[in-house]
Design a protein. Structure first.
Length: 337
């Protein structure tokens, strides 16, 4: 599959935080084309290619943000809370699918502007309710507290190489790793290679922590998304789209890995931008770096717009350059043991 095909398939499945089984099944299917695959106790998908010497681990998280049912009112409205970092500002009139005993379509209610008193304000989570077109009795028969609520937003092609949709964070990272494995399939990689598609990154980071304690790999590189420039996000807060992968430089990352990634990209002519994060990166990279006995860690990111909404925008060229650099790193580091 090419990058667009991979991303399309990965975006087609839910996998909301803590209930990632459907996304994990898709990940298992795609990853098993390259290596033996298993699921751990938390549900992360782990692939391992045996080899010699200290290994390399690649991680991208497979969970996506969504909502969770808190209760159903007697009038039939479904009250919800956030499951992951959903953007409260975008909830009004959001189309959703409640994954209960059966799938139920709904829309988040919105007070008409004519009835607002004073300035419009963003409601609290306690004010958010979903209209499913049912009576309270009907709704309670198929919807229960704890059911996940999917924010609808399938992948859409934009002009050029740009696409938008829900869950590009971090299905784009998964696509980059799978594409890198496709590039590597004819290479002679002598070192052990582990791939983790981790659960619960958006809520606890638990999937990466669990995988880190199972791993004896010496180096871990995480692939996630980061902020792209747009109105309201300047070139200090964000990085340009379509200009290549972002190589993380941070006090929470291993300098030798960040430096090696930049050197390889420069020599191979792979487009990249340095992303400086003086403190923590806010990704799974810290979990791998600091867990168990510690390990070298690195981070590659794909710039996206409208993060944590159902219309996240990315450039397929950035996913491809991430895959190219990731594959080159594994190839060069995997030639020796």
């Amino acid at each position: 599959m090419n990058t667009e095909q991979l991303l399309t398939e990965l975006l087609s499945v839910p996998g909301i935080c803590g209930a990632e089984d459907d996304a994990a099944k898709t990940a298992e299917k795609l990853l098993s084309a390259y290596m033996p695959v298993r699921r751990d106790a938390l549900g992360s998908v782990i692939g391992e290619m045996q080899g010699e010497g200290d290994g390399i681990l690649l991680d991208a998280h497979l969970d996506r943000i969504g909502l969770m049912v808190t209760h159903v009112t007697d009038e039939g409205f479904v009250k919800v809370g956030k499951c992951g970092g959903a953007d409260l500002r975008t909830m009004a009139c959001q189309e959703v699918k409640i994954l209960g005993k059966r799938e139920v379509y709904g829309v988040v209610v919105s007070v008409p502007p004519h009835l607002l008193k004073g300035e419009s304000t963003v409601p609290d989570w306690g004010d958010i309710a979903v209209d499913v077109g049912m009576t309270g009795e009907q709704a309670k028969q198929c919807i229960a507290p704890g059911d996940r609520v999917l924010l609808l937003g399938g992948m859409r092609k934009m002009l050029g190489s740009r696409v938008c949709g829900a869950a590009i964070d971090d299905r784009a990272g998964m696509a980059a790793i799978l594409r890198a494995l496709d590039i590597l399939k004819e290479k002679n990689i002598r070192k052990k290679l582990t791939v983790v598609f981790s659960v619960q990154e958006e809520v606890t980071g638990g999937g990466a922590i669990g995988a880190a304690f199972q791993s004896d790999d010496a180096t871990a590189i995480c692939v996630d998304v980061s902020f792209a420039t747009q109105p309201g996000v300047d070139n200090v807060q964000g990085k340009p789209m379509g200009k290549g992968t972002l190589v993380g430089v941070s006090s929470a990352l291993s300098f030798c890995v960040s430096d090696r990634l930049q050197s390889l990209a420069k020599d191979a002519g792979i487009p990249y931008t340095v992303e400086v994060m003086p403190g923590k990166t806010g990704t799974n990279a810290e979990d791998y770096g600091f867990s168990k006995c510690g390990r070298r860690n690195g981070l590659l990111s794909i710039p996206i717009r409208n993060m944590h909404t159902c219309v996240e925008v990315c450039d397929l060229r950035d996913i491809e350059s991430t895959a190219q650099l990731l594959a080159l790193y594994v190839e060069k580091e995997g030639e020796t043991v």
